[in-house]
Design a protein around this ligand. Structure first.
Ligand code: PHE
Length: 328
């Protein structure tokens, strides 16, 4: 019975082809090739018409059984391909929760800003509020109202940057005293952090640098109050062991005046200037010096930041290269 052996061979070929397909589409094509409308099994069945009744039934049953087994084989292969596809999708897109996370880069405040914030919050605790002023200042606020004589050497082009229109880049934060006091009535307790400019530049001096100004005016403010505030401030910044040294000095806007140093190791480092606000300054702001007195101080901030953060060179603070600053 050649048709029966044809069927066996057909089934053999179909199984081999089905085992060899790699995807669902290939499987569909293979199924069509063997079981489809013009597939191999149909060719076998078409021969049935020519056979006698007896053989026709026998071969028909055999053909149907073969067809059913091939269908079963296709179903099994389809299930295999489907689960392999899911398997692959899972392993390709696997989420490894043990991988280190991606840390969003975060900036931080510039060391000068951090020192300013620390200083102003210390003074806030003593009841001082923050005053501000522009970096381009009038000659009156930077010099005149602060009792500088017309021919005072610090007005010289050696020190001062002049701006068109007779203005200057402020050479200190003291003009904020004038801005804060004019048109107001004491008592005052003010702190004024800011950037100032002078014409010198070397490894320890930058043409732009930072100061913090403090001043207090009331009916019975003394040099003792000034020293008390400065000691508290110095201890806050440099620890309880720090000592201060006051050296008699001259500023046009304070009388008496002193320069102060703080102890550092075996020596002293220059910190800033201070004194009792000159009566002329109060008068220039419309305040009666017979009724009110006040103290003022102003000191550099950059050195404090360098000591605190271990910055060896002042320029690193200002060059705008973030690499050294990122390390702080
Ligand atoms: N303005 C002074 C300076 O820049 C410092 C100072 C401020 C001195 C207040 C006395 C009082 O050197």
């Amino acid at each position: 019975m050649s048709q029966a052996s044809d069927l066996a061979e057909l089934e053999e070929q179909a199984r081999a082809a089905i085992a060899g397909v790699v995807d669902v589409q290939g499987l569909q094509e293979t199924r069509a090739r063997f079981l489809g409308r013009s597939g191999s099994i149909k060719v076998v069945l078409r021969l049935l018409a020519e056979l006698p009744e007896e053989q026709r039934r026998e071969l028909g049953q055999a053909a149907n059984a073969t067809k059913e087994r091939i269908e079963e084989c296709v179903r099994a292969r389809r299930a295999e391909l489907e689960s392999a596809r899911i398997e692959n999708a899972l392993s390709d897109h696997r989420l490894d929760v043990t991988l280190p996370g991606w840390i969003a880069p975060r900036g931080h405040l510039h060391p000068i800003s951090r020192v300013f914030r620390d200083m102003t919050s210390f003074f806030a605790g003593l009841g001082f509020s923050i005053e501000d002023g522009p970096q381009i200042e009038t000659d009156w606020n930077n010099f005149g109202a602060l009792n500088f004589p017309e021919d005072h050497p610090s007005r010289d082009t050696q020190d001062t940057f002049f701006v068109e229109g007779g203005h200057v880049l402020r050479t200190h934060t003291s003009p904020v005293q004038i801005r804060a006091m004019t048109g107001r009535t004491p008592p005052f307790r003010f702190i004024a952090p800011g950037r100032v400019y002078r014409r010198d530049s070397d490894p320890t001096h930058s043409p732009a640098f930072h100061q913090i100004e403090g001043f207090m005016v009331d009916e019975r403010v003394t040099f003792g109050d000034l020293k008390g505030v400065l000691y508290a401030f110095a201890r806050h910044l440099m620890g309880p062991e720090v000592r201060l040294r006051f050296r008699a000095h001259f500023f046009p806007f304070t009388e008496p005046s002193a320069e102060m140093d703080f102890s550092w190791g075996d020596g002293w480092l220059e910190w800033g200037g201070c004194g009792m606000i000159h009566p002329n300054v109060l008068r220039n702001c419309g305040i009666d010096p017979d009724r009110y007195q006040g103290f003022a101080f102003g000191m550099g901030v950059d050195r404090t930041a360098m000591l605190r953060f271990g910055i060896p060179n002042l320029q690193l603070l200002f060059e705008g290269d973030v690499r050294p600053l990122e390390q702080l």
